[in-house]
Every structure is written in structure tokens, then in C-alpha cells.
Design a protein around this ligand. Structure first.
Ligand code: EPU
Length: 419
């Protein structure tokens, strides 16, 4: 098991290239199952979740090749059930349900488990498949789906925490090959949904309204192979932007798209961080003090839950009390108990973290618990006095491409230890 040993106190300086978005590429790879023809996906980040998705596609019968940042998938023959354990281990793999059902009219996908950030139900995914005419059963740990035909319909996919990103992706993918018109109301508006719609459109799908709350899909008989370049990862960009602000650094994020990051950049500017939008990215720097703020996570275009933990760390450096409220997932404060070890003053009250700053953090051994919590702990290590050992960083390798390497290029003292 790997750890990061971080010697804190160095302002990040220089340029970093933002990789392709993990949460865009996972459903896009699932969408390659919708055609027999070859699909070429560019800008694919080399992450363990992506490699894992490749293995799931292989277990379904697809030919997968991953060279550099290009993944080629040819799913000329596919079966409706993949390796149970592979699928169960990665929540994102639920998005093979829609494409398999559309292509084969049957699918068997292991029921994804919850994870440390919450119970993570899939009722809205199942509702969408049922609305299109599938019969579904949950038995022996599987979701088993069958449909003689899929028929377009109107469906409302809003849940108690708002729309669902992968649920919208699943519904959209299944509807591309359904008969007639499907209208998804309360669709997720995340840029990853738009990126998937762009890929599906390149494959011959007819989709309107992606990026907004109503998506209309007119079913077609079949889809063909396509090439696509994945959008840059807005959460990786947000993480580097917050790290630059936290360390009083000056970092240019090449390839970052400011329009995907409005809520994060707006918050950073409001608390005294300097943000410059450039032709091919943005530059984030800080020299002065940080003001306190209130942050509430919301569906896009609101403040993203995936950048909540990182912002919580930044707030430990603001003078006074900040309030961070998590509205998407029920228990996404796993990083807080580890931050307390570094000397942070944070109390949790229901869905809210009350952060009292400014604290001089002091390095200690800490444990990563999930992907974004791990990123937050790394940022904490970068500003803490002395050495911080972040253990179990396999979580980071799921979603950040060579984070240690990128941070070292910005001057940080980060070493990967094999323990
Ligand atoms: N929800 C339901 N029923 C469902 C599906 C979701 O009630 O059937 C609820 C969830 O419990 C949650 C809310 O709806 O309260 C939103 O969940 P959503 O379905 O949007 O999450 P997801 O699609 O499973 C993706 C990302 C997450 C990201 C969320 C929210 C991928 C692979 N995962 O998950 O990314 O936090 O959207 O933006 O795209 C991460 O990258 O670290 C990560 C967790």
C-alpha cells in the first residue's frame, strides 16, 4: 500500500496540465457498448478507475486497448453480464446498465455497494429503465433487466438531493436506441453529462438539451463508431486551484475550463484569491489574507460536492468562522477527523462543518478514506508545518493522474512511499 510523505510549507509555483475528466470518461467508455464499431477516446486519464472500467468492458467481450491517453474499444460482440466482483467494486460501473439493456435488451449488473460518503442508492437508475419498458429484478446481489423493446417516454429523475449524474447518463444511453422520443426532466446539468451527449451524438444519437434540466432523445435504429476527446477534469482543476490558494502559490492550470468551474472560482475570488482566466486555462494565486465564507454543495452549476473537502481545508486558513454544508451526500466529512489530528478546529453539526480559523496546521500521520477526502488531506499536508504522512493513497490513484508527480513539478515536497 502506498503513502505520500509531504513536507509542508512550500508555495506551489508554475504550470500544471489538467488531465481528462474521470467522471466524463467512465460513462463514455460504457457508451462504447452501444455499437459494434470501433470507438476511439482521446485525452483518457491513466487512473485505476479507468483501467478498471477497461477490464469490465473486456469481461463483457469488448476488445480494449489503452496506449498513452487513447483508449480504443471495439465491442463487436458483447454479453449481458460482466465479472460480478469487478462491477461490484466500482460504483461508476452502474452506467453499463443502460447501454447493455439498449444493445442486448438484457443486462445483469451486480448491485453496487454504498461507500464511505453515503448509502448511494440506484432507485432513479432503475426508475429510468422501467420507464423505458424494462422489467427489473434485484436478486442474488444482481440487478437483472430485460426488455422486449425499449419505448421512449417522459420521465422525472429528480431525487431528494436533486438530479442524478450517472442516472441521467444511464437513461440517456438507453434512450438513444429506444423507439420514439424520451424526455428526461430534472436531468443532471453537469458538464460530464454534456460530454457524454456529445460523444453519443458523434455516434449518431439524436439528443437535445444536454447541459440543461430537460433532455430530449429521439431514438435511432443503431449507433456507429466515433472518436471523441474527453473534457478536462474540473475537479482536478478545482483541487489544484485550492492547493495554490492554500499554499499562497501562483499556479497556471493549463487546459482547465473556467466555464465548468464558475462556482469554485466565484468562491475563491470572494475570499481573496486572485483568479485570471486565460485563453487555454486559468491562473490562481494568493498573497493576502483569506476571508471566511459559507459554502453549500449543490448540483451543477452550484458548488460541487467533489470539491467540498478541499475547500474545508482552505477554510482552516481564513481568519474567523466558515460554514461548509454538504447537501449531496450524507456522510462526506470523513476528512474532518484526520484534519483534527493536524490541529484544525472543526465541528460537525448534521450536514454542516463549522471551521474556525486561522490554524497553523502541524504535520502528522493521517489516513485517506475516499478520493476527494484524500485530496483534501494532501492539501492540508502541503500547508502543515513539518511532515505529514498520508496513508492509503490508492484512493487518490483512482481519480488523480500522477498527483505526486504534478505536485513535485510545482515545487512541492511530496514523496511516494511503498508502505
Ligand atoms: N441518488 C438517489 N438515487 C439514485 C441515484 C442517486 O437518491 O438512484 C442520490 C445520491 O444518493 C446523492 C444524489 O442523488 O444524494 C446525487 O448522486 P448522483 O447520482 O448524482 O451521483 P453519482 O452519479 O453516483 C457522480 C460522480 C461522483 C459525484 C456525484 C455528484 C461519477 C463516477 N461519480 O456520482 O463523483 O460526487 O456524481 O456530482 O461520475 C468522485 O469523483 O469522487 C465522486 C464521488
Amino acid at each position: 500500500m502506498h503513502s505520500f510523505l509531504i513536507k509542508g510549507g512550500v508555495p506551489l509555483q508554475g504550470e500544471v496540465e489538467i488531465s481528462g475528466a474521470k467522471n466524463a470518461v467512465l460513462p463514455i467508455l460504457a457508451a462504447t457498448l452501444l455499437t459494434r464499431e470501433k470507438c476511439v477516446i482521446r485525452g483518457v486519464p491513466n487512473l485505476s478507475d479507468v483501467v478498471f472500467m477497461g477490464r469490465i468492458l473486456t469481461s463483457l467481450g469488448a476488445k480494449v486497448r489503452f496506449r498513452g491517453d487513447v483508449m480504443t474499444v471495439e465491442a463487436d460482440r458483447v454479453k449481458g453480464h460482466g465479472d460480478y466482483e469487478l462491477v461490484r467494486k466500482m460504483r461508476g460501473s452502474i452506467c453499463i446498465l443502460g447501454p447493455l439493456l439498449a444493445r442486448l435488451r438484457e443486462a445483469e449488473v451486480s448491485f453496487p455497494g454504498g461507500c464511505v460518503i453515503g448509502s448511494r442508492p440506484i432507485d432513479l437508475h432503475l426508475k429510468a429503465m422501467r420507464a423505458l419498458g424494462a422489467r427489473l429484478m434485484v436478486e442474488e446481489g444482481y440487478v437483472r433487466a430485460k426488455a422486449r423493446r425499449l419505448v421512449g417516454t417522459e420521465m422525472f429523475l429528480g431525487g431528494k438531493a436533486g438530479p442524478t449524474v450517472l442516472g441521467t447518463a444511464n437513461a440517456m444511453m438507453a434512450a438513444t436506441l429506444a423507439e420514439g422520443v424520451t424526455v428526461i426532466e430534472s436531468a443532471a446539468c453537469e458538464p460530464e453529462v454534456t460530454d457524454l451527449a456529445d460523444f453519443l451524438t458523434a455516434m449518431g444519437a439524436r439528443i437535445q438539451g444536454a447541459g440543461g434540466p430537460t433532455i430530449t432523445i429521439t431514438g435511432v435504429k443503431e449507433l456507429h463508431g466515433a472518436e471523441h476527446e474527453v473534457i478536462p477534469d474540473r475537479i482536478e482543476a478545482a483541487t489544484f486551484a485550492i492547493a495554490a490558494a492554500a499554499t499562497r502559490g501562483h499556479v497556471t492550470l493549463r487546459n482547465a475550463r473556467p466555464t465548468h468551474l464558475s462556482a469554485v472560482l466565484d468562491k475563491l475570488e470572494a475570499i481573496g484569491v486572485n483568479v485570471q482566466r486565460n485563453a487555454d486555462g486559468l491562473t490562481v494565486s494568493r498573497s493576502g489574507a483569506l476571508a471566511t465564507t459559507d459554502v453549500t454543495t449543490q448540483p451543477h452549476p452550484g458548488y460541487p460536492t467533489d470539491a467540498q473537502a478541499q475547500m474545508t481545508v482552505l477554510m482552516t486558513q481564513a481568519e474567523g468562522v466558515s460554514i461548509v454544508t454538504e447537501r449531496i451526500f450524507e456522510s462526506r466529512f470523513m476528512h474532518v477527523s484526520e484534519l483534527l489530528r493536524l490541529g484544525a478546529d472543526i465541528t460537525i453539526e448534521g450536514p454542516t462543518a463549522v471551521v474556525k480559523g486561522k490554524t497553523r496546521l502541524s504535520g502528522a500521520p493521517i489516513m485517506a478514506s475516499d478520493l476527494r477526502a484524500s485530496a483534501a488531506l494532501v492539501i492540508a499536508g502541503l500547508i502543515a508545518r513539518g511532515e505529514t504522512l498520508v496513508k492509503r493513497i490508492y484512493h487518490l490513484d483512482r481519480g488523480y493522474e500522477r498527483l505526486d508527480h504534478k505536485l513535485r513539478k510545482l515545487g512541492a515536497h511530496v514523496q511516494r512511499l511503498r508502505k
